[in-house]
Each structure stands twice: as structure tokens, then as C-alpha cells.
Design a protein around this ligand. Structure first.
Ligand SMILES: O=C(O)[C@H](CS(=O)(=O)O)OP(=O)(O)O
Ligand code: MG
Length: 236
């Protein structure tokens, strides 16, 4: 793959539907989503609002509803990878509503390919973009009106990693570690936090799958997507 036309936009800048979108939320929505799949979740429904999340939970009491911020009545858990990794989600459906990540994915729900990403699935995401030979990719930088450096650094890393195999992640991870979100999570400014959250969000390639979101009926549903590695004789 020689070149890839890339755009990096905040959620509010999504004015027309891109063909291929990578929605990035390192801290913490899509790190949490990846952990949910690692803990056995079958799928994640990205809810439009807190009320929608609660309505889905009421209709499907067996689903696991989570939101960011502090614990709240009606929700089963919060948007924390450190807390989620000790919950068995085998075969469960998760409903997720957060401030930035889920909103970003819903902003591009009509795109033909929507990937949700953080550092934990960076390589698999880049590999899927290569496999699809995506020549034009819009990265939705979900935090802080497109300025959140943990999300921008991850988006830039995935973009570079897609076309340059030897890209060094160190500088990108450092920016994320020094971001405002990392500081706020570490200092207890944000709520619903486990002490390991920042470290878990900075684990490069912790998981081998990418995450693809698509409309299923009226719901935007996120699922893990196994991307064959070059050594598996896959398409890349
Ligand atoms: O849970 C998060 O880290 C943030 C929201 S907050 O700043 O903690 O309230 O949500 P996200 O959509 O995952 O960035
Ligand atoms: Mg975030």
C-alpha cells in the first residue's frame, strides 16, 4: 500500500458521511469496548443517549448497561477498563453510552466502514485498513473537540502504521500519557475510575482484533473483527 489520504476531524466537523471512518477514543470508551470483548461480550450496542441506554436495558434486562462518569441507577457498571476486566461478560450484550467515544461512532454511522479504535487495537486496525486497501480514511478524534492529544496521537499512529510497517509508537504513547485525560484520570478528577485505567489505555496492541461498528436495524452495533496477520497467510 503506497499512500493513504487522511483527515483528522473532531465530532462536530463530521459534516458529510465519510466512506471509511476510524473513530478513536483511547480514554476510555474503546479501550473499555476492547476489554468487554476480551471478557467475552458478544456485541456492544452504542446508545444514542442515557435514556436510550436505560430503555434498551429495560427491554433486555440481561444486557449489561454501562456509562461514563460515576455509577448511576439502572446502569450495571462504568466506563473503566480496570473495573471491567474482572467482570465475566461471556455471551453478553453490552450497552455503552459515553461522552465522546460512542457519540463519535454514531456521528459516522452511515459510513460504509466504521472502525472504533484505541492503542489496544492499533495494529489490528491498521492491518484491516491495509487489507481493505482504504485509500481515503477519516479519523474522528473524539475528545475535546478533536484536540484531545491521546486520541489525536493514536489516530496519527494508526494512520502512519497503516502505510509504514516500522513506525515507532513510543512518541505517540508518550503524548497520550501526558494528555489532559490521562492527568485527570490519574488525579481523580474524572469519576468511575480504576487506578490501572491509564496504564490499560496505553497498552499497545493488547488485543489482536479490530472493532467494526455497523447499523443492525436501528441500532449501531460494535463487534470484534479478527484480522488475519500476514503470517497466517491472510489477505495482507
Ligand atoms: O469515561 C471517560 O473517560 C470519558 C468521559 S469522562 O471524561 O470520564 O466523563 O468518556 P469517553 O467517551 O470514553 O471519552
Ligand atoms: Mg475519551
Amino acid at each position: 500500500m503506497i499512500g493513504m489520504d487522511t483527515r483528522f476531524v473532531g465530532i462536530a466537523e463530521v459534516v458529510e458521511t465519510p466512506s471509511v471512518a476510524v473513530v478513536v477514543d483511547v480514554m476510555r470508551a474503546f479501550t473499555v469496548a476492547a476489554w468487554a470483548f476480551a471478557q467475552g461480550a458478544e456485541k456492544i450496542v452504542l446508545a444514542e443517549s442515557l435514556d436510550d441506554a436505560l430503555a434498551l436495558k429495560a427491554r433486555h434486562p440481561e444486557w449489561v448497561a454501562l456509562k461514563d462518569g460515576p455509577p448511576a441507577p439502572g446502569f450495571d457498571t462504568v466506563n473503566s477498563p480496570g473495573l471491567l476486566r474482572s467482570i465475566d461478560l461471556g455471551g453478553r450484550t453490552v450497552v455503552q453510552k459515553t461522552t465522546a467515544g460512542t457519540v463519535g461512532a454514531l456521528a459516522v454511522k452511515e459510513a460504509s466502514l466504521v472502525l472504533c479504535a484505541g492503542f489496544v487495537v492499533a495494529e489490528a486496525t491498521a492491518r484491516l485498513l491495509r487489507a481493505r486497501k482504504s485509500d481515503s480514511v477519516t479519523f474522528v478524534v473524539t475528545g475535546e473537540d478533536g484536540q484531545a492529544d491521546e486520541d489525536l496521537a493514536c489516530a496519527q499512529y494508526i494512520a502512519r502504521r497503516t502505510t509504514e510497517a516500522g513506525t515507532d509508537a513510543a512518541g505517540f504513547l508518550r503524548r497520550a500519557a501526558e494528555s489532559r485525560a490521562a492527568t485527570e484520570l490519574a488525579e481523580g478528577v474524572r469519576q468511575g475510575v480504576h487506578p490501572d485505567d491509564v496504564a490499560l489505555c496505553l497498552e499497545l496492541d493488547r488485543f489482536p482484533f479490530a472493532m467494526v461498528a455497523a447499523l443492525e436495524g436501528s441500532l449501531m452495533v460494535l463487534r470484534p473483527y479478527a484480522v488475519p496477520s500476514p503470517t497466517d497467510g491472510g489477505p495482507i
